[in-house]
Design a protein around this ligand. Structure first.
Ligand SMILES: Cc1ncc(COP(=O)(O)O)c(C=O)c1O
Length: 432
């Protein structure tokens, strides 16, 4: 059977795309067609019309080692020929076991367990559900959930509920479960946020606290101090509140360490992982669970069983890709690249922060953010669309969050590529 694109060119393909596909986070009435990508190599995306675009956002923050990495490609091709998928209830396989072992050895708590799912939102859902069931098992009336204002934890109902209530979630507000939000602990609001936190946990009815450690990503790459978070975790532990670190964005070297939780002395009880887990090749989620928590479930009884699973839980090809990516990440060359990018970003922050059109410039590891002095700092600031076009015209993919320009490049990005990004940002600011 022929489909309507057989034998057609890119314009016809895009026409079919426009008529049939619904793209994420994209208004259906948007006139501009998407860019048709034919290949990805290293830090570059190649389009049908011959452009090479620098992927300065790692394709929604997932890519670590560049596109089309031969070792990851080889590993997943070999796995596809051996075992492409198998139900993960009552069955297991080597790629999942090997990956769990690798993750366990890197976790900030000893002897953690890995519960697989297939994306960041599900990794968060799993963490929330395990935390709530944990207290149910003990027959404790601890159901309150704490989160930070400005958070983003995903698009499923549970992960939406613990995120900032705003533009993304408004149609669903009446259906989201109640969450106590603590003010974002920026330097001038930190003491107040700590007091709020302390008074909420005082009541002994809090089940868990979920947070993006040190950086609120979609919230505008907002960074906050390890010291404040450490104190929040301290209060939480005193009151038996389970702590969930959402490291979906910060995991796998983004902040300069394997996990952002490594900047803290207090380990969380659960960690949500995805994005960089497979090096950006295939969807996979993992929720790491500390010994204290999973021990509560150690029984064959139905009350202690976690009745949760997705059809593609622990897909073997995705796990094989993750194992290959993890080996690359551990290599000296990759660690040196992370340190190199971190230094370049920090130098650029020093240079640009006094620019008259910069409200704030900050970096942590391989994450760089420049908050532009233009209207309110919020996601729907219209300057984002102008900036996106400005950078894309220079063949750089940057997708500002409102007036916040940020880059999280793949770790294979060269010094010259980084300078290209910085020059484009500076040029944009000079034009304002
Ligand atoms: C911190 C954080 N948690 C969860 C998610 C949701 O991940 P996914 O898009 O894979 O569902 C994201 C996505 O951006 C994120 O940044």
């Amino acid at each position: 059977m022929q489909n309507s694109t057989t034998g057609c060119g890119p314009n016809e393909w895009l026409d079919v795309d426009r008529r049939i596909i619904w793209h994420p986070f994209t208004p259906l009435g948007k006139k501009e067609p998407p860019l048709l990508v034919t290949a990805g190599r290293g830090a570059y995306l190649h389009t049908y019309d011959g452009r090479a675009i620098l992927d300065a956002v790692s394709s929604w923050w997932v890519n670590l080692h560049g596109h089309g990495h031969p070792e990851i490609a080889k590993a997943l091709a070999a796995q596809a020929e051996t075992l492409e998928h198998v139900i993960f209830a009552g069955f297991s396989h080597k790629p999942a076991i090997e990956l769990a072992e690798q993750l366990q050895s890197a976790l900030p708590f000893p002897q953690g367990r890995i519960f697989y799912s297939d994306n960041g939102s599900t990794a968060v859902e799993v963490a929330l559900k395990i935390a709530l069931q944990y207290w149910y098992i003990f027959g404790r009336e601890k159901r309150k959930v704490i989160a930070l204002r400005g958070a983003y934890h995903g698009d499923t109902f549970g992960s939406m509920a613990v995120g900032e209530r705003g533009l993304f979630t408004r149609p669903f507000h009446p259906l989201l479960f109640e969450v106590t939000f603590i003010d974002f602990p920026s330097p001038d609001a930190a003491e107040n946020a700590l007091q709020q936190f302390r008074s909420v946990v005082e009541n002994d009815d809090v089940a868990c606290f979920i947070y993006e450690p040190l950086v609120q990503a979609a919230g505008g790459m907002r960074m906050y101090s390890a010291d404040v978070l450490e104190r929040m975790l301290g209060y939480a532990k005193e009151k038996d509140v389970l702590c969930i670190a959402d490291e979906v964005f910060t995991g796998f070297g983004r902040t300069g360490k394997m996990f952002a939780s490594e900047y803290l002395k207090q380990p969380p009880d659960l960690i949500a992982l995805s994005k960089g887990l497979t090096g950006g090749t295939l969807p996979l989620g993992a929720t790491a669970v500390s010994q204290k928590v999973y021990e509560a479930f150690e029984d064959v009884g139905p009350e202690r069983t976690f009745y949760h699973g997705h059809s593609y839980t622990a897909n073997p090809i995705a796990c094989a890709a993750a194992n290959a990516s993890y080996r690359l990440l551990r290599q000296q060359e990759c660690q040196a690249a992370i340190a190199r990018i971190s230094r370049l970003h920090a130098d650029f922050v020093m240079k640009i922060h006094s620019h008259p059109r910069v409200r704030d410039a900050r970096s942590l590891g391989t994450i760089l953010a420049v908050e532009v002095e233009a209207g309110e700092t919020r996601y729907d600031n219209q300057i984002a669309a102008d900036m996106y076009r400005f950078f894309l015209d220079r063949n750089i993919l940057l997708r500002p969050l409102g007036n916040v320009i940020y880059t999280v490049p793949p770790y294979v990005v060269t010094d010259e590529d980084c300078q290209r990004i910085y020059t484009a940002i500076a040029d944009f600011l000079d034009r304002l």
